[in-house]
Write a protein that binds this ligand. Structure first.
Ligand SMILES: Cc1cc2nc3c(=O)[nH]c(=O)nc-3n(C[C@H](O)[C@H](O)[C@H](O)COP(=O)(O)OP(=O)(O)OC[C@H]3O[C@@H](n4cnc5c(N)ncnc54)[C@H](O)[C@@H]3O)c2cc1C
Length: 266
């Protein structure tokens, strides 16, 4: 049996490793790097089977497991999936079944994208910045603030639209302890390019930073590429469920079991 897996984040790698153990011939497609979104995480503490570790370390483990599985990795973007056919820029591949594990894409604020120092993922921040503004009040915003502090960014401010913090209390406590400044109910109204740096405007005034990380949410990344069918399984963050590693990996296993049982359910 041949299965195509689109996306080599935690869900896609789980599927590849799982199916390979059953002798399934797996081809996995990745447009960026193996590991997916989790590489951005400061620290993962909610997987009881692992000691707490950084996102980068977890991404390394995923890469090693994928290599051991002997799945065929194709480092290309998938442009379309029609039934059991997967098309990249260079070729079209046919499978018995396809698993889509393409994760999410950020909610963007295009008018704030004034230069390259305005980003949506921590890994895209320029190196050696000294000050960082973060927009958002969820786990990803606070995780980013902690990662910034631990990588030597001296001044970190979080700006939030609402007056309610939605992040895990432990992250909020740690951020406060490390001197992250939280601007409650102070939305960013505009962003200006300061010759590569950024100037933010809020109701309270203006602030200058080396970079801006926007973390106001993410949406499933199942582009127009997918034509749903019985043979196509959408798993992980791409499915639109809670964005948690364990759920993403569990959904991948569920899809694999259905494929192995010949259930063809999505
Ligand atoms: C900062 C941060 C911290 C987090 N911390 C935690 C945590 O502590 N605990 C926890 O449980 N969860 C955490 N998460 C959430 C976790 O990262 C996600 O739930 C998980 O990565 C989802 O895995 P996935 O495989 O579904 O998607 P992703 O990890 O997003 O992987 C999708 C992959 O598909 C690839 N792809 C997309 N489109 C295509 C295409 N057309 N062709 C080829 N490849 C494609 C992408 O490049 C990517 O590698 C965190 C997320 C962030 C951003």
């Amino acid at each position: 049996m041949r299965v195509g897996v689109v996306g080599a984040g935690p869900a896609g790698v789980t599927a590849a490793v799982f199916l390979s153990r059953y002798g399934v011939e797996v081809t996995i497609f990745e447009k960026e790097e193996v590991g997916g979104l989790i590489v951005n995480a400061w620290r993962i503490e909610n997987l009881p089977v692992f000691s707490p570790c950084s996102g980068e370390d977890l991404a390394k483990v995923l890469k090693e497991r994928l290599e051991e599985s002997r799945s065929k990795l194709i480092c290309e973007e998938v442009l379309s999936i029609q039934g059991r056919s997967v098309k990249t820029v260079s070729a079209t591949y046919d499978f018995d079944s396809v698993i889509i594990a393409t994760g999410t894409k950020p909610k963007r604020i295009e008018e704030f994208e004034v230069n390259q120092n305005v980003v949506y993922e921590f890994k895209r921040l320029p190196r050696r910045i000294k000050s960082l503004a973060i927009y958002g009040a969820g786990d990803v915003a606070f995780d980013g603030a902690l990662k910034a502090k631990h990588t030597g960014v001296s001044e970190v401010h979080i700006f939030s639209r609402s007056d309610r913090i939605k992040a895990v209390p432990r992250l909020v406590r740690l951020a406060s302890h490390l001197g992250v400044r939280y601007h409650r109910a102070e939305p960013i109204q505009a962003v200006e390019d300061l010759g590569g740096r950024v100037r933010l405007f809020t109701k309270a005034g203006s602030y200058d930073f080396d970079a801006l990380l926007i973390c106001i949410g993410r949406v499933p990344n199942v582009p127009a590429i997918v034509k749903p069918s019985r043979e196509v399984h959408v798993v992980g963050d791409a499915s639109g469920s809670f964005r948690q590693l364990a759920i993403a990996m569990g959904q991948a296993v569920d899809a694999c079991m259905k494929i192995l049982q010949g259930g063809w359910c999505s």
